[in-house]
Design a protein around this ligand. Structure first.
Ligand code: KG4
Ligand code: ZN
Length: 345
């Protein structure tokens, strides 16, 4: 889809509540963020070492109206000024998703505004459009978050082919589990990122897993076990663990695999643009590794700012715009689909 021309500006209210962020945004023409409000529940879940679905749903119910009001007021818009409502309807936690979906349906019913159910991963990928105004499909995108590690060919707006996925843990999940094992707490990604700066990434040789049947698939559970075995070994020998070295060496092992698989895919499929998305995409060493590698391979590298990597609603507004101008609309039978596949409706 080239040079899309739309007569009138399209302003969407976007809602995201698939996990532990209650978020709303107003986005104009898919790329201009007029407001982006995120209420993060992380502090509530920290004491449990991970997201507790029941607590997440309850908090979404408590916060969602406030977050939407704030997004409208920050954007200087009222519901009457808008053209539609985009909402994440999957994948994610069913109870959490239901809060956003029910809210969006209620607003749509009350105002008559069109409703659009959006795929969460399509949102993460579309976050790249917000700050990279020139980025257009086709390109390859690595989506690495707490729940997903996908290598996706973005053939066109809303047209995706998943060429690689994790066989076990998602990249972010591996970060979170290793962080817990070395006593850093939840969420582990940012903490490992920080501690790694003080460690030696070549101190410990952790494995880089290859999946034989598909060269683009990932597997991180073996790496996680190798870290746990290393920690147990140290404990049994009475050796002190250098946590910064463990963090840096683990992080390097994850990044090496993500970079190798992604660059291989970009080259094999013959594209010259590559983007990253999802919570793990804010990792500073990962960004640096991709920047360097893409520069040396002549690949144009795109990434969202950290605020658009983490779960947010602006990315849902960006994805929603391209669905909106294609004429996609959802009915009032829109439901939360916890296991929704990318490209499915
Ligand atoms: O996209 P996201 O906010 O939520 C999901 O859709 O899952 O991703 C959250 C994940 C968590 O596993 C978190 O530890 C990880 O992203 N993460 C990071 C960093 N910041 C967040 N992982 C590595 N380095 C980071 N700086
Ligand atoms: Zn996400």
């Amino acid at each position: 889809m080239e040079n899309i021309k739309v007569e009138k500006d399209v302003c969407l209210l976007a809602i995201e509540s698939s996990c532990d962020e209650t978020a709303a945004a107003v986005v104009k023409n898919g790329r201009e963020v007029l407001s982006n409000v995120i209420y993060s529940q992380i502090a509530l879940h920290t004491e449990y070492g991970g997201v507790v679905p029941e607590i997440a749903s309850r908090k979404h119910i408590e916060k969602i109206n406030q977050v939407i009001r704030q997004a409208l007021s920050d954007a200087g818009k009222s519901l009457q000024d808008l053209d539609g409502i985009a909402v994440t309807y999957g994948p994610g936690l069913v109870g959490a998703l239901l809060v956003g979906v029910s809210e969006a349906k209620a607003i749509s019913f009350a105002t008559g505004l069109p409703l659009l159910g959006i795929h969460h991963i399509e949102g993460h990928i579309s976050a790249n459009y917000i700050e990279n105004k020139e980025l257009e499909p086709p390109f390859v995108c690595l989506v690495a978050s707490g729940g997903h590690s996908h290598l996706v060919v973005v053939k066109d707006y809303g047209e995706y082919e998943i060429i690689g996925r994790t066989r076990d843990d998602a990249a972010g999940e591996a970060f979170d589990k290793v962080a817990r094992a070395i006593g850093l707490g939840y969420p582990g990604g940012p903490k490992i990122d920080k501690l790694s700066k003080e460690g030696n990434p070549d101190a410990i040789a952790f494995p880089r897993a290859k999946v034989n049947e598909n060269e683009y698939d990932f597997s991180f559970s073996g790496l996680k076990s190798a870290v746990l075995n290393y920690l147990n070994g140290c404990q049994m020998k009475g050796e002190e663990v250098n946590r910064a070295d463990v963090a840096a060496s683990f992080q390097k092992a994850v990044i090496d695999v993500l970079v190798e698989h992604s660059i291989h895919a970009v080259k094999q499929f013959g594209y010259d643009k590559f983007a990253i998305a999802g919570g793990v995409a804010s990792n500073s060493s990962l960004r640096k590794a991709f920047e360097e590698r893409c520069a040396s391979e002549g690949i144009q590298f795109y990434h969202p700012s950290p605020i658009y990597c983490t779960d947010n609603a602006a990315m849902i507004g960006a994805a929603g715009y391209y669905e909106f101008i294609k004429g996609v609309r959802s009915g009032y039978d829109l439901n939360a689909v916890p296991g929704l596949k990318l490209g499915e409706r």
